[in-house]
Design a protein around this ligand. Structure first.
Ligand SMILES: N[C@@H]1[C@@H](O)[C@H](O)[C@@H](COP(=O)(O)O)O[C@@H]1O
Length: 243
């Protein structure tokens, strides 16, 4: 796992965007895995300046709430449209359907669609305070594929800032599984935000355990973690390079 510490959020966003552009440049077909949350907002803002680069690119988002209409202001579909899809003409954008009648079938369909696209070339991830990636909460099996999850109380509280009140935050979501994420060829984990220093410490120096989903990333051959030093202010230290 390669770790890069950048001075601030602007630099994190520019670094991530440049990596994404590099990934899609010169190919007529690339598959990106995208994330929601506040962390990638600056990255998407940067990418909006280069709409012509993404014509042959297919995207798959990590997750979606269950029970919100696609057009709801808080659905991840709306978020992605506002941040990116309305501004950049991708070939195809995919997000799990949190309103499907048969959610289990939707999970299988999403997995198959990722597979049929040839697999994800570059997956962008954010980090939840409790170590979640996508919406894979602590104690999710490392073998999981796209599935329905019960959101933990900490995650609902962390995301309540976008909703009218905590009561409006959905209790369930569909998320790509940890195994699905690990099948991506390359992973870029972006870490920014107050209160994440403990999670960063555990990510960099803790042991691999299902209790902390992001810890699995040490087992992926091509992961880069980018940390915004200004916002993740706090005590964490760099682990010695592992081979
Ligand atoms: N499902 C998303 C995750 O994919 C995201 O990484 C996490 C961190 O969000 P933020 O970037 O706002 O800290 O929040 C949500 O729960």
């Amino acid at each position: 796992m390669k770790t890069i510490i950048v001075e601030n959020y602007q630099k994190l966003s520019a670094y991530a965007a440049e990596q994404i552009i590099k990934e899609v440049d010169g190919t007529d077909h690339a598959v990106l895995g995208l994330a929601t949350g506040s962390t990638p907002v600056g990255t998407y803002e940067y990418l909006r300046n280069f709409p012509e680069r993404f014509k042959g690119v297919t995207t798959f988002n990590l997750d979606e709430y269950i029970g919100l209409d696609k057009k709801d202001t808080n659905s991840y579909w709306t978020f992605m449209k506002e941040q990116l899809f309305n501004h950049v003409p991708f070939q195809e954008n995919n997000i799990p359907d949190g309103n499907a009648d048969d959610l289990k079938a939707e999970c299988h369909r999403y997995e198959a669609q990722i597979r049929n696209s040839g697999g994800i070339d570059l997956q962008i991830l954010g980090l939840g305070n409790n170590g979640h990636i996508g919406f894979n909460e602590p104690d999710t099996s490392f073998d999981s594929r796209t599935h329905v999850v019960d959101l933990s109380e900490t995650t609902r509280q962390a995301n309540a800032r976008f909703f009218q009140s905590i009561d409006h935050v959905p209790t369930k979501a569909i998320t790509m599984g940890i195994h699905t994420i690990m099948e991506s060829k390359r992973i870029l984990l972006l870490v920014s935000g107050k209160g994440k220093s403990d999670a960063v410490e555990r990510l960099l120096n803790g042991r691999m355990t299902e209790d902390f989903p992001a810890s699995i990333l040490h087992h992926h051959p091509d992961v880069t973690v980018v940390i915004d030093q200004e916002r993740v202010a706090g005590k964490f230290h760099m682990a010695p390079e592992k081979s």
